[in-house]
Ligand binder design. Structure first.
Ligand SMILES: Nc1ncnc2c1ncn2[C@@H]1O[C@H](COP(=O)(O)OP(=O)(O)O)[C@@H](O)[C@H]1O
Ligand SMILES: [Mg+2]
Length: 281
């Protein structure tokens, strides 16, 4: 695996100090911005095999902002390999402020460390959701900034996203999604944060929730006002998709069901405090 300092040193796209200043003067970029590129398919494959996470890596499915997703093999079984990285597809980070992670808003100068943290977090989120009984891809392993999880799909074909399937029984599917999300919230204590027809796969006649890295933990330190907003946004996103099937449900009511199932003990009266003008956190 490449250490970030090495990537920077050998990065042919990183301009010299004078060129950076010139660009900054032109308003193109800040003088302190570094561009990091790298991480090839072969590197990922070598790493994954060397770390014992996969016996082979087949192809890249997707490249998100902070992670790339690969179809991999474990002794003939398909699995998903996720590589957190910042050195592919041109990322900018400020040398002064460091890099600020999308999901967590955490700030760091130690990028590889943060990429590892993100992989750890996603592994934990998936494991806790799985243990709570939520239909998510089961996490399998994690080494450094790589993690593996169960492959949702048949053959080498990933299961379709909810947006691409026509449901025979949409009422039931909506119930299944809301039930799963309620488990995620009330038992695992997470708000998904990006639940939508894109992050729900349709497989084996039921919905599967994926893409959890931006999930927010709900605990005694949480800002419940923010939690409520995120929950509401997720619920509305899901409901919007089902309006295409002429199914209309009240998002306010669903939100109340969620909140009646779980609010951290010390925050139970957050709404009263708020109406009295007391800001929580
Ligand atoms: N466990 C999985 N099994 C099968 N396909 C997956 C799995 N995880 C992700 N994918 C595929 O990769 C795509 C992107 O994954 P996702 O986690 O939503 O990342 P992002 O949206 O951040 O790029 C999904 O739409 C799906 O097609
Ligand atoms: Mg997604």
């Amino acid at each position: 695996m490449l250490a970030v300092s090495r990537v920077e040193k050998h990065n042919p796209l990183k301009s010299g100090a004078i060129a950076q200043k010139r660009a900054a003067l032109k308003g193109e970029t800040s003088g302190r911005v570094t561009e990091i590129k790298e991480l090839t398919f072969d590197t990922v494959r070598e790493d994954a095999i060397q770390y014992g996470l996969a016996t082979d890596v087949t192809y890249q499915i997707n490249a998100g902002k902070e992670a790339s997703i690969f179809l991999a093999q474990w002794r003939g079984h398909h699995i998903i390999l996720k590589a957190y990285r910042l050195w592919q597809s041109s990322h900018k980070m400020s040398k002064k402020k460091g890099y600020i992670a999308q999901g967590t808003s955490k700030r760091t100068h130690f990028i590889l460390g943060m990429m590892e943290d993100l992989a750890v977090m996603e592994y934990d989120y998936l494991m806790n959701c799985f243990r709570a009984g939520v239909h998510v891809p089961t996490p399998i392993g994690r080494v450094g900034n790589y993690l593996t999880m169960r492959f949702i799909g048949d053959g080498a074909q990933p299961a379709p996203q909810l947006k691409d399937v026509h449901l025979e029984n949409p009422e039931k599917v909506l119930d299944q999604i809301l039930d799963d999300y309620l488990l995620m919230y009330s038992k695992a204590h997470y708000v998904h944060g990006d639940l939508s027809k894109y992050n729900i796969l349709w497989w084996q006649e039921r919905p599967w929730i994926i893409d959890v890295p931006q999930a927010v933990i709900v605990n005694k330190w949480s800002n419940m006002v923010r939690v409520e907003k995120l929950l509401m946004r997720d619920i509305r996103n899901v409901l919007r998709h089902f309006e295409d099937y002429d199914i209309y449900r009240d998002p306010e009511h669903i939100l109340e069901v969620f909140l009646s199932e779980y609010i951290p003990e010390n925050l139970k009266n957050y709404r009263e405090l708020r109406s009295e003008g007391i800001e929580l956190l």
